[in-house]
Design a protein around this ligand. Structure first.
Ligand SMILES: Nc1ncnc2c1ncn2[C@@H]1O[C@H](COP(=O)(O)OP(=O)(O)OP(=O)(O)O)[C@@H](O)[C@H]1O
Ligand SMILES: [Mg+2]
Length: 334
């Protein structure tokens, strides 16, 4: 992995940029997709591509690495990148994209110019429509690579003109391996429960994981501690899973009052109902000592409450109702 030297001023480069893989072979996870991209990188036969999947899984990274592998030194002239921060209305498609596609540049033999449209799901339908014919007219010289989170936001006409590659969330092992690599390079002192906490909060998002590691590390350096569970939850600012686990356990024993006291404690620290219910789900899912049957029933109830909260009824009453239902379920089964 190439490492950019940190600036002397003491200003820290974000680790997500410092350790952004420059080559396709360094991008971890999503093997099937990456095997295809690496093959394209080798033989240079680039179709129009749509990369889609959840945030922080390596889409932008892969598409830049691929363009770099295909074009090498001609990267600067041969690539036009437009992302959600650029204006990408119909005018831009008509003018900038068209004029780039018409431009003559010298590229390595057999290679095409590449137009990267990052975060393409935020392009308006009208702009996407304007792209349809452009993609075909300039297909001799130019290829399009689109990256997006939700493939259904790309109009079907464009989907049918491109090969779709999907990314999924990264596994804990894949994220952990990368975290350990970065920790070694940056000399991060960490404890095992600290790393587990980062994996728990990252939910398969490598960007999230690296950012949290860096934030926890700064805090740890400041206070002379290791990166441990406490610091990680402090920087992530999520309801502490130990408290949430306490609530679930109390409900599991049918002890509603204890559960309510704990919930009040969380509520008083200012967490929103949506944060709390999200942690409820994660904690229950990874709760090993809850009997399987109970766990499924609990998840079902949590799911319903999540839906109500997502629909806008984000009051404490909904959470209290959930606790009551969970406790009653446990009473019946006991
Ligand atoms: N598969 C991966 N392997 C190694 N590092 C990764 C991977 N995915 C993400 N990262 C790290 O996370 C950072 C962000 O990744 P990237 O910009 O590729 O995410 P993305 O999939 O484009 O997300 P978004 O949908 O939010 O745009 C990278 O700079 C890199 O450090
Ligand atoms: Mg991206």
């Amino acid at each position: 992995m190439e490492v950019v030297e940190p600036k002397k001023s003491g200003y820290q480069v974000p680790w997500i940029e410092k350790y952004r893989p420059k080559k396709l072979e360094d991008v971890v996870g999503n093997e099937e997709t990456l095997v295809r991209l690496r093959a394209i990188g080798k033989d240079g036969n680039l179709p129009n591509l749509i990369l889609c999947g959840p945030p922080g899984t390596g889409k932008t990274t892969s598409v830049h690495a691929l363009a770099m592998e295909l074009l090498g030194d001609s990267y600067k002239e041969g690539v036009l990148e437009l992302n959600a921060s650029d204006a990408r209305g119909i005018d831009v498609v008509r003018n900038r994209i068209k004029s780039f596609a018409m431009n003559k540049v010298t590229l390595p033999p057999g290679r095409h110019k590449i137009i990267i449209l990052d975060e393409a799901d935020s392009m308006t339908t009208a702009a996407q429509q304007a792209l349809r014919r452009t993609m075909e007219i300039y297909s001799n010289t130019t290829r399009f690579c689109l990256a997006c989170n939700i493939s259904t936001k790309i109009i079907e006409a464009i989907q049918s003109r491109a090969a779709i590659l999907r990314y999924s969330r990264l596994s804990h092992e894949q994220i952990l391996a990368n975290l350990l690599k970065v920790s070694e390079a940056e000399e991060v002192p960490y404890t095992e429960d600290g790393m587990e906490a980062i994996l728990f909060t990252a939910e398969g998002d490598m960007r999230h994981a690296l950012n949290n590691l860096q934030a926890a590390n700064s805090l740890a350096k400041g206070s002379g501690e290791m990166v441990n569970q406490k610091l990680v939850f402090q920087v992530c600012d999520q309801p502490h899973p130990t408290i949430v686990r306490g609530i679930i356990d109390a409900c599991g024993k049918g002890n509603l009052h204890e559960a309510i006291d704990k919930l009040n404690e969380l509520w008083a620290s200012g967490y929103a109902a949506s944060d709390i219910i999200g942690t409820f789900f994660k904690v229950t899912k990874s709760h090993n000592s809850l009997p399987e049957g109970d766990k499924l029933e609990f998840l079902r109830e949590i799911g319903f409450t999540h839906m109500k909260i997502a629909n806008g009824i984000n009051s404490k009453l909904q959470l209290l109702g959930l606790l009551a239902r969970l406790s009653r379920m446990s009473e019946v089964t006991q």
